[in-house]
Design a protein around this ligand. Structure first.
Ligand code: PMP
Length: 384
């Protein structure tokens, strides 16, 4: 721990493994439901403010035992990650840019006074965990083992203060493709009566406390027939001095739009900037990097900039909105057909008989190609 050199860092060599005596049956591929079934084991690391990180343990998957006064249960000292392990054609297990998830978790936990940790040591532990529970990783393209690292404050106290103890643990759930029968374009409802995050807030941190308040607007969008809600943020446009509703992100995805420039006709891939109000998605970053490498030479512009609903509506009306998609670990990309916004239905450029746009599909193919090790030797794919 950088803050206190006397505290112990994670020591991978101290790992103890207790394997289960009651191994679970694996679930047939076609019966997997996201986040319902878990593997045989879990990885746990305890931390105390006086000692630092204690010996890592792999144990059978089991309940936690927490005193009712444990601080996480009262003041939401909790941050998490979402990442996946993939099995490639040769049967090798792979992680996708795991260092980014560890860096993001460290940023998240630091924001809520939980202890930071050595990300490289944690990745080594995750690799060992994946090897042990490898039989749960389905081996078809689109299937994977969802990994959920989670950190909670475990001090038994109702005092509001920095937790004196914490638990970092990881559980894993085999998952199928987000769209088992091929892409289905979704409709979003732009939420205009609530905001997810704000400048100076914690929208860029993956805190459990950011998620629970999002469910009611999500349910209300669903009650009107929309699959997800789109989070906007109203703020003055410095260029015009007028208030605008800026596009931020979707439920658990970042959002991209492909817009053709009014004057030059140049296509632009645009997503909101990392201004602290949106989650710094690993897939978002990957899409931007691939677009700069592979779309810019074809004449595309790639932008991380603020864009507002008026710009999206205008582009749609003028036939310049080419496609819109969400990005995230769960689905990789998710095509958007339309956005319900202040009583209008904004059509996002997909022909009625198509479920996915060209750029969306390219991104899925490129990223899955790397995740499943088909693009040989790519630095984003880490063999376990
Ligand atoms: N935004 C939010 C709010 C999310 O929960 C997620 C999922 N982690 C994302 C965006 C996408 O992030 P990633 O690409 O790292 O999965």
């Amino acid at each position: 721990d950088a803050a206190n050199p006397k505290l112990k860092a994670i020591d991978v060599s101290l790992l103890t493994t207790t394997t289960t005596t009651t191994p679970k049956d694996t679930i047939p591929h076609n019966q997997l439901i996201f986040g319902r079934n878990f593997t045989d084991h879990m990885l746990s690391l305890e931390w105390t403010a006086s000692e630092g990180w204690l010996a890592p343990r792999i144990t059978p998957y089991q309940n936690l035992s927490l005193d009712p006064a444990t601080c996480v249960l009262h003041y939401a000292f909790e941050a998490f990650e979402g990442m996946k392990a993939y099995k490639d054609r040769n049967g090798d297990v792979r992680l996708f840019r795991p260092e980014m998830n560890m860096a993001r978790l460290n940023k998240s936990v630091a924001r809520i006074a939980l202890p930071t940790f050595d990300g490289a040591a944690m990745i080594e532990l995750i690799k060992r965990f994946c090897r042990l529970d490898e039989r749960f990783i389905p081996s078809a393209r689109g299937y994977s083992l969802y990994l959920r690292p989670n950190m909670i404050g475990t001090q038994r106290t109702l005092g509001v203060g920095p937790p004196g103890s914490a638990l970092l643990y990881l559980i894993a759930s085999p998952v199928g493709p987000y769209y088992p029968t091929g892409f289905k374009a979704i409709s979003l409802e732009a939420t205009t009566y609530a905001v997810r995050a704000w400048p100076g807030g914690v929208g860029a941190s993956k805190l459990g406390a950011n998620y629970a308040p999002c469910i009611v607007p999500q349910m209300q969008a669903a009650s009107r027939g929309f699959q997800q809600n789109l989070w906007l943020f109203e703020d003055v446009d410095e260029a015009s001095g007028k208030k605008e509703e800026w596009v931020t992100e979707v439920g658990t995805m970042n959002l991209f739009a492909c817009i053709r420039d009014k004057a030059s006709g140049q296509p632009e891939l645009v997503t909101a900037p990392l201004d602290g109000t949106i989650l710094e998605g690993v897939v978002r970053d990957s899409i931007l990097a691939l677009a700069r490498e592979r779309l810019v030479p074809e004449g595309w512009k790639v932008s991380e900039r603020r864009f507002h609903m008026r710009e999206v509506c205008e582009a749609a009306e003028e036939g310049r909105l080419m496609e819109v998609f969400g990005s995230g670990t769960a689905a990789v990309v998710s095509p958007v057909r339309s956005i319900g916004y202040r009583g209008k239905l904004v059509s996002c450029g997909l022909p009625e008989d198509r479920e996915v746009g060209e750029v969306t599909l390219k991104m899925k193919d490129w990223i899955e190609g790397i995740q499943y090790g088909e693009e040989a030797g790519h630095p984003w794919s880490w063999k376990v």
